[in-house]
Design a protein around this ligand. Structure first.
Ligand SMILES: N[C@@H](CCC(=O)N[C@@H](CS)C(=O)NCC(=O)O)C(=O)O
Length: 319
């Protein structure tokens, strides 16, 4: 049952997602948009799944796309499992298939499936299969495909005129920060650890510079690039700094512009409710027993993100 991430020379290599279909109104597409036809399976602990929850909330798709939230504990043998809220506050069971484990969903979609059983999963209730399990693609679908039933139709996090800039920033932030913290934390050689840790902090310095002069990653427009970085940065101090040994600095003490941006994003309507720090901390510190055999969970939740930030003023215009 246990499928290992491929590693070469102590290096963590993330697997490529397997289900890559798209919900769209394109004629002939078997996955046509419809309200309550699809179901989203997530973990609130997982930064990749968290992206989909943020876009779902901001687009007002809660009724159009119901969710199941797995238990925060990821078992090394059977993977994610479902709990009810009485056992695990914040969990939502599998109300669609009634499964106990996420892997059952993958085998229902493909009995021959042999890769990892990851969240998020976008499930089609009509065809009884997985549409897509790649967060970067799911957020693009949620951005437009369900606009007919969205409470924020037309609101886009991937505007046509900024696509090139968004893609460019996403590419290095994915490699050096979103996935970079995992490459650092899961490294099993000193060399792989140091190389990846340095890359994380070089990229954070680059982000710090951008956010000194600009309100968001791509100018003054809040885009999917911010959402994708947000779900990593909200975990940075409480988890990645300590658990993944990203110890060359914290957002709270070393990156004032990132901190201000993190607070600004956190304070946007509906975003704070998508952050479940209890699931986040317990998931990493308790599930990864090779990294943290005592399973003790540190107390700190990171900087207080409710501190007001006020109007954005570029560094060059600050007094
Ligand atoms: N490329 C995927 C990555 C998703 C992913 O790695 N999810 C992790 C949780 S953070 C997972 O479900 N892991 C389960 C496992 O490895 O068994 C995406 O962005 O959607």
């Amino acid at each position: 049952m246990s499928i290992r991430w491929k590693t070469t020379k102590g290096e963590f290599v993330r697997q490529v997602s397997s289900f890559r279909n798209t919900v769209s109104a394109e004629p002939g597409n078997p996955f046509q948009p419809a309200p309550d036809r699809y179901h989203l399976y997530v973990s609130t602990a997982c930064p990749w799944a968290h992206r989909t929850l943020v876009v779902r909330a901001l687009k007002g798709l809660e009724d159009v796309l119901p969710v199941s939230i797995v238990d925060w504990h990821l078992a090394s043998d059977k993977g994610w499992h479902f709990s009810d809220a009485a056992t695990t506050p914040g969990a939502i069971p599998d109300t669609v298939n009634g499964f106990a484990y996420l892997h059952e969903l993958y085998f229902k979609a493909d009995p021959e499936y042999s890769a990892r059983f990851t969240v998020p999963v976008l499930w089609d209730k009509q065809l009884g299969t997985i549409v897509n399990n790649e967060s970067s693609e799911i957020i693009r679908m949620l951005n437009t495909a369900f606009d007919e039933w969205s409470s924020a139709p037309g609101l886009t996090f991937y505007p046509e005129s900024l696509r090139q800039q968004i893609d460019d920033v996403n590419a290095w932030i994915y490699d050096q920060i979103n996935n970079g913290v995992y490459k650092t934390g899961f490294a099993t050689t000193q060399d792989a650890y140091e190389r990846n840790c340095k890359a994380v902090f070089a990229a954070l310095a680059r982000v710090e510079d951008i956010l000194a002069e600009s309100e968001f990653l791509v100018g003054s427009t809040f885009t999917e690039a911010d959402i994708r970085l947000f779900t990593t940065m909200v975990r940075f101090d409480p988890v990645y700094h300590t658990h993944f040994k990203c110890t060359s600095g914290t957002v709270a003490h070393d990156f004032p512009n990132i901190l201000r941006w993190l607070r600004r994003v956190y304070q946007m309507p509906k975003i704070a409710a998508t952050v479940d720090m209890d699931h986040i901390k317990k998931h990493y510190y308790v599930s990864h027993i090779k990294i943290n055999p005592t399973q003790v969970v540190p107390l700190w939740d990171g900087p207080d993100l409710t501190v007001p930030v006020g109007e954005f003023v570029p560094r060059s215009q600050r007094k």
